[in-house]
Each structure stands twice: as C-alpha cells, then as structure tokens.
Design a protein around this ligand. Structure first.
Ligand SMILES: Cc1ncc(COP(=O)(O)O)c(C=O)c1O
Length: 393
C-alpha cells in the first residue's frame, strides 16, 4: 500500500505492559479458570432499563434521520443542565457540543486549543489515551506527576517548572482514573492561578464527576476560569452507558461554535434515537444515584477488607471507579507483583506503572465487580501479600 501519514502512524497504543497482565488474565478466565478480573473499567451491570426503553421508543418512533451537528436541541438543553450541575456554572445549550463519548470530547478539546508544535502539560497518573490524543494533534506534552505520598494531588510548583514558552494547555482529570484521587479545591485554585497568569486553557476531564463521594469541585467555577476551561463529560460512567458512545464538551460559546465545524468533518451529527434516549436519561437522571451509591458501597467494602493489611497502603481512592494500593513494601516492582498475584491467587489487576511513574509500586483495582467478589479478591490479596513476604524472607 502507499505510505500512511505520519499522523496516523504516530498514534501508538500505550500502557502495553499493564494490558499484558489484563489480557493474560482474560485468556485464562475464558479458558475456565476462577480468575477475578479487577483490571477493566467497564460496569458489570446493564444500562438502566428506563434508558433502554427510551431508546426503543425513539427508534420505533421514526427517529432515523440526520441530527444537527452540535446535537439535537433537546439533548443540548439536557447536557447544558447537567453541565450547570457538574461545574457549578450556569450553562446554556450553545456552550455545549455533543460528541460520540468522552474520548471524542477530549479529542475535540485538544484539536481546538493546540496547533502543531504547541506544548501541553498532562498531569499524571492519567487515563491511557491522553498522550496519543496530543500526538494526534501534532502537539508535544510534558507529563507532570502527582506524588503518591501527597495522595496524588497536583502540585503547582511542579506544574510551573514544566511550563514552556509554547505551552497552551494543561489537562487534568478529577475524580481521577487511575488513582481515584479527588483534587482538592485548594489545589485546583493553584492550578487556575497558573492558567490565568500564563493565559492557558485548562482541559478538565470530569467524566467521573458523579462518583466523587462528596461535593464535586469543577475548576470551571473558579474566578476567571469559565472563559478558559473546556470540560469533558460523558454518559459512560454516570449513567451506565459505556457502549452507547455519547459525551459532550462544555466551554465558551465562541469555542463551541468553532467546534461545530469539527463535527461537520467528523461525526456529521450523532444517532437520533441514541440522542433522544440520552436526553431523557439526563433529564430524569436515570441510574445516576443508584450507580453512585453502588460504587461508593463497593469502595467502602473493599477498603474495609484491605484495612489493616500490613505493608499495603491505600492512596487516593476517594472517588471514580478505582482504588489504588501502594504495594511497594511487599514488592517494589508493580508489574512483577501483578503477574505473581495472577499466578498465585488468580486475581487480575493493572500494574500502576502503566499509568506513569508516580503510580509505580502501586496496583490499580477496578470496582467493577459485585461486593462479594471484591471481598473474595481482598482475601486473596491478603493471603498473597503475607505469603509473598514469607517466601521472600
Ligand atoms: C478519565 C477518563 N476520561 C475519559 C474516558 C472516556 O470515556 P468515554 O469515551 O467512554 O466517554 C475514560 C474512560 O474510561 C476515562 O477513564
């Protein structure tokens, strides 16, 4: 075939080592072994039935045609209302644009603010697609870690020292995947100050905003930030709709108007019946409370079961769908730990180092399993940690 573009060839999947453990666990489970999978971040339950019914009604109701590029008016209205609740800033429909999932909102945000050769700062540990989303825009980026000892909270001094003359944006994610950290108001205020001082965009990934436990603080609500913040949102986590592929981006109206042109050449609008189902799910908050309570209960169950385990320290783990455990006192090499845990106790987890340096020596536990399974996983982990130390001694 003729030569592919360097743009497409440059998008190289990352996090290979972590996924190797996941795929090995998956293969063994498929072969019939009693493997507990705590490596994936997809719900173990279906989309709420009210949302499914809304979609069935919509698809039977002849909603089979093109939709407006930025989203159906009813959907934009519902998304704007959700953004008002999420960000604490009154949001109008022309300040949001519908996208096929949070990932596409992230892609749109990066395309919107970075030119080829521009630089961004990515706060780590981060969601696996972040680096390649910048590469796809021809932009460079610097990864700034959040220290584990600091509960994976962002540090303004570290971000400041990574700034370059061509830095245009900072990307953060709270509640965080993979650490479960929920960034404090104080740290977000410090980040906002940097953005204002250096005239930067803040790309704020808030797809886990309903799973944070307490009050969600969006940096968009901080002084002078609404005009320079693009918020990534999604139906995937909050509404139990990962496979429906619906998300949205919120930002200044002028930027959103420009982004309609991106939809012109990419999505050309979203499926009508899915848009209607999503609008109804947003309007009625189908599943939101139930899903949030379910993950909160699972987190409590798992952390209680881990509590008191010698040499295993919980870090972050305040929100989202994950728990982060520092296992370095048992085995400093997190990848070795994950492989041994799979071999000895049939539990599949993600090695922390696949999410960046700050998470080295950690493992990420997904809470996408029912409570009894999480209890059993914690028991296996406890047995593993104590025998691993004995055997090593
Ligand atoms: C932090 C974060 N952002 C964005 C996404 C993308 O979600 P989606 O494209 O399903 O909306 C995910 C998915 O796991 C995520 O964890």
């Amino acid at each position: 075939m003729p030569r592919p573009s360097s743009r497409i060839s440059g998008i190289v999947p990352s996090g290979k080592d972590g996924w190797e453990v996941h795929f090995a666990a998956w293969t063994r489970k498929e072969a019939g072994e009693d493997i507990i999978m705590l490596s994936v971040g997809d719900h173990d339950f279906d989309t709420p039935s009210e949302t499914i019914e809304a979609c069935v009604t919509a698809v039977r109701g002849s909603n089979h045609h093109y939709t407006p590029l930025p989203g159906l008016p009813r959907l934009r209205q519902a998304m704007a209302a959700a953004s008002s609740a999420c960000t604490g800033v009154e949001t109008t429909p022309d300040q949001v644009i519908a996208t096929p999932g949070g990932q596409a909102a992230l892609y749109a945000a990066v395309q919107a603010v970075l030119d080829q050769g521009d630089h961004a700062i990515v706060v780590a540990p981060y969601y696996a697609t972040y680096p390649n989303t910048f590469s796809a825009a021809g932009a460079s980026f610097t990864v700034v870690e959040t220290p584990a000892e600091d509960g994976f909270q962002p540090r303004a001094d570290m971000i400041r020292s990574a700034l370059k003359p061509n830095t245009r944006a900072i990307l953060i994610n709270t509640p965080n995947n993979p650490t479960g950290a929920v960034y404090s108001r104080e740290r977000l205020e410090q980040l906002a100050e940097i953005c204002r001082e250096h005239d930067l965009w803040l790309l704020s990934d808030e797809v886990y905003w309903t799973l944070g436990g307490g009050e969600h603080v969006s940096p968009r609500s901080l002084p002078g930030m609404a005009e320079r913040t693009l918020v990534i949102n999604s139906m995937s986590k909050s509404h139990g709709m990962t496979g429906w592929r619906m998300g949205w981006l919120t930002g200044p109206q002028d930027m959103i108007t420009l982004l309609i042109n991106l939809n012109l050449v990419t999505t050309y609008g979203l499926p009508a019946f899915i848009s209607i189902a999503c609008a109804e799910a947003l309007e009625n908050r189908y599943g939101v409370k139930d899903i949030a309570e379910r993950y909160a209960a699972r987190r409590t169950v798992f952390l209680d079961a881990v509590h008191g385990m010698n040499d295993v320290t919980v870090r972050g783990s305040e929100g989202g769908m994950y728990v982060m455990l520092d296992v370095s006192a048992v085995e400093p090499d997190d990848e070795k730990f994950a492989w041994a845990l799979l071999d000895k106790e049939q539990v599949g987890v993600m090695p922390g180092s696949s999410f960046g340096e700050a998470a080295a020596g950690h493992i990420r536990i997904s809470l996408c399993q029912p409570e009894p399974v999480l209890r059993e996983a914690a028991a296996r982990l406890r047995r593993f940690a104590s025998t691993y130390r004995r055997e090593a001694a």
